[in-house]
Design a protein around this ligand. Sequence first.
Ligand SMILES: Nc1ncnc2c1ncn2[C@@H]1O[C@H](COP(=O)(O)OP(=O)(O)OP(=O)(O)O)[C@@H](O)[C@H]1O
Ligand SMILES: [Mg+2]
Length: 276
Amino acid sequence: MDYAVDVENLSYSYSEGTIALQSVSFRLVRGGSLALLGPNGAGKSTLLLHFNGLISGTGSVRILGHEVAKENLLWIRRNVGMVFQDPDDQLIMPSLWEDVAFGPRNLGQSDEEVEKNVSWALQVVGLAGLEERSPQSLSFGQKKRAALATALSMRPKILVLDEPTSNLDPRSRRDVVALLNDLHKSGVTIILSTHDVNLVPLLADEVLLLNREVIAMGKTREIMRERELLQEQGLEMPLFADLFEELRDEGRFDGQTPFIKSEAKAALDEISFTRK
Ligand SMILES: Nc1ncnc2c1ncn2[C@@H]1O[C@H](COP(=O)(O)OP(=O)(O)OP(=O)(O)O)[C@@H](O)[C@H]1O
Ligand SMILES: [Mg+2]
């Protein structure tokens, strides 16, 4: 089987002794989309940083069949685009254009290709026109989108995003969701962490619940209706699913759990209203 990511028995401790990951194993198929969920401090960022070799623990991490190890790092970083949780960790150049051009230039692209990829990336994140601005002068939400552009401009096969929608206004959030869906449809493998449970059904086919170790992994539509499992991890169900599962418990609904508005509207037709 052709896996985009294959993690086996991965453990990681920070130098002062915090065990952040313990015997984590999972696989994601090429072209898949995975949401990583877990409470603050669960090890989500720590896990994501392993995917392009920024940190390495014990156990094995393979990307498209290549072990994440020193001798493969160049190949790995060409293929895995990483968007950090904190955009200030990603934006280091004097201008936005240079930050977004940094990756393509490192790949040895021609000036023409660099220009094309930078314009495209800034366009799709909605920052075209701000090329000459200092990244540090951008608002936090703009920085989040700029950090995304620095990964996109390299046209990676695998895109790893640590809380890509946090701090975004509703329109930017919707745009990022649409963009990630487009990339996914074009064959890019997407792995992201998020606390926004309502976005998970829109963003990912699979969910990995992490809390230092793997708590559960499965189809989004199965995991995101497990009320107790989610609550045990300090999470909650998406709103529509929460409502209709409650109605199911009251014996008033017997259909498929809805996760998005159109499904909820269809589910409403199946409700037996008890009129007083
Ligand atoms: N640089 C570091 N040095 C020491 N400990 C760290 C470091 N970074 C994270 N940790 C610890 O490792 C554990 C996992 O942290 P991590 O940042 O991976 O969690 P997270 O799931 O991404 O949390 P959040 O939802 O808050 O982003 C936590 O206990 C955290 O305190
Ligand atoms: Mg984190």
